[in-house]
Design a protein around this ligand. Structure first.
Ligand SMILES: C[S@@+](CC[C@H](N)C(=O)[O-])C[C@H]1O[C@@H](n2cnc3c(N)ncnc32)[C@H](O)[C@@H]1O
Length: 168
């Protein structure tokens, strides 16, 4: 795979707010292609970084990109809800960044199922586990129409409002 170069959104603002030149440990909860992490580590020569992502492909790209920073970087294949375990007791004295959403690596690929421009399977997995096509396949009514299958799944969705009201 060719090296993936991509410009992170609002990198200057992120670096200004987090001020990595103070040093310390920073956590990037959604490291993606490593653009923000690279900017933080370049600006803060004593900053260290824990980078988390649930997408193994993104972690591979990020680890290649951040290789020049050597031991200042640690990466973990995890969900950001697992950040405490990934930290393993280390204190976050720098700052935390969460750039939520999908990455261009996921959007631009036909095989990941996020692209609106390229034909491909309805996968939509960010990491391992079940993809959207598994859910849709489980609801197939036999006529092979993706649109009908998706509609039948959508009909079962519960609104966020109902979930909040049902919460104990
Ligand atoms: C907008 S991209 C981040 C881009 C990154 N800031 C950069 O500079 O390249 C969002 C990333 O969040 C990851 N992600 C989405 N949900 C996640 C979750 N629950 N836990 C960890 N990572 C997640 C995606 O796999 C994706 O790589």
């Amino acid at each position: 795979m060719p090296p993936f170069r991509h410009l992170p959104v609002m990198a200057e603002e992120v670096v200004t707010l987090l001020a990595p030149e103070r040093g310390g440990l920073f956590v990037d909860c959604t490291i993606g292609l490593g653009g923000h992490a690279e900017a933080l580590l370049q600006r803060g020569e004593h900053a260290r970084l824990l980078g988390i992502d649930r997408d193994p492909e993104a972690l591979r790209v990020a680890s290649e990109r951040l290789r020049p920073f050597g031991g200042r970087v640690r990466l973990a294949l995890a969900r950001f809800s697992e950040v405490a375990a990934a930290l393993g007791g280390d204190e976050v004295d720098g700052g935390i960044l969460a750039d939520l959403g999908v990455s261009s690596l996921q959007l631009d690929s036909a095989t990941r199922g996020f692209s609106l421009q390229r034909e491909g399977p309805l996968d939509m997995r960010m990491g391992g586990g079940e993809g959207a096509s598994d859910s849709v396949d489980g609801e197939r009514d036999g006529d092979g129409s993706d649109e009908r299958d998706i509609e039948s799944v959508r009909g079962q969705s519960i609104s966020a409002f109902d979930l909040v009201n049902e919460a104990p």
